[in-house]
Design a binder for this molecule. Sequence first.
Ligand code: GDP
Ligand code: IMO
Ligand code: MG
Length: 423
Amino acid sequence: MFTIITGAQFGDEGKGKIVDLISDKYDLVVRFQGGDNAGHTVKVGDTTYKLHLIPSGFLLDSRVLIGPGTVLNPQSLAQEIEMLAKGGIHIGPDKLGIDAKTSIIMPYHIELDGLKESSRAEKIGTTKKGIGFAYIDKVARDEIRLADLTDEGKFRARLEELATQKENMIRELGGDPSVVLDNKYIDLYIKLGQMFAPYMTDVSFEINKALEEGKNVLAEGAQGTHLDVIHGTQKFVTSSSTIAGSACANLGVGPTKVDNVLGIVKAYITRVGEGPLPTELKDDIGKQLQQVGREFGTTTGRVRRCGWFDLPILKKAVYLNGYTELALTKLDVLSNIHPLKVCVGYELKGKFIEYPPELTTDLGMCVPVYEELTGWSEDLTHVRQFSDLPDATRRYVSYLEEKIGVQIKYISVGPGREQTFTK
Ligand code: GDP
Ligand code: IMO
Ligand code: MG
């Protein structure tokens, strides 16, 4: 079985939690795009893990893989492995495989990301992790791959070949080019290359072999559908393809192998960084969602903007991903809001539309049209089955399910593993 999970909105839908929850059914859990701009939270008992690169299935028996379509900051990965080791979890080469072709995020990528963002009149609000510039180099065929990093001679030669270009780019943006050939980090990167050499693998081969043997593979998306570099709200997007089809292309698995596509959907909507969010709430309800939902970025700590559930955004996510089922998270956060509103369409240039306009500037001009639903005041965090939810909550869930047109399979009412049930 091959399952793909993606975020249906703008990221932080609770992908980490759901991946952890279901990964006991899988033999391999694999990240296929993005880098350490992602922040996926897994909570087990009193322990909370914040993962940026290691797939969220790491706690269960599954082997976890980082595919060649990701961009990898080896320093971040080493820190993550160290953090887990402190908690007694050993992530060795038998547990984690990283594709030899994975692009390495270099310190100059991070420098360029920061400089470029400062120079923009209209900001994107990137995580400043160097993601965009690492992908530019992948496409330009100027990347340093994991296989290069693990071979000191190759690494030094590649860096020398690229140095002038990178120095010039930094200079042009008013930065200090000395970072490009700084020995301090070159030595560190060589050490990291040696550390990760035993982890190198051919991810496409591992996955296809596993599927051939009847094993189960779970592809874990990062970011969210509307941050997709092609189909998202450009320019306010990330630099990779975040939708389900991207898993096949980035992992080297044929589309005929996909069995199901699970969309992770927050019971309201959030966005971190710039870009349109038609249902954004700048009032007390927005603050309530932020505080009750603890809507602060897992990677950058920035406050996430919050808004009402947006059906047009979901409809588009269903089209782009071909979801076969959904997980609805953070339902508990909606307690004590009366009434609840759901956006069913937008007013744009005097017309009512039920599907997002293609261009970001038009989406920015959309005025949401809402339907009101009865709220509830009960605390949901102790509920363990659908039938125990208050009537109004069940109506909210069924209303969303009917409007979206895809089955809601999982419902989540808290960050813990136990706070999830099937509908
Ligand atoms: P991801 O990037 O999609 O993996 O999501 P994040 O981990 O960045 O953000 C989701 C946050 O919500 C994390 O802090 C989770 O622990 C938390 N969370 C997940 N599901 C629920 C839920 O059902 N209710 C509440 N209150 N918190 C949740
Ligand atoms: P997870 O996987 C939410 C956003 C950034 C910024 C834009 C571009 O935890 O859901 P980048 O650094 O990627 O060039 O920034 O994308 N962004 C995310 N927002 N969740 C994420 O990941 C994100 N990763 C990037 O805030 O607006
Ligand atoms: Mg996150």
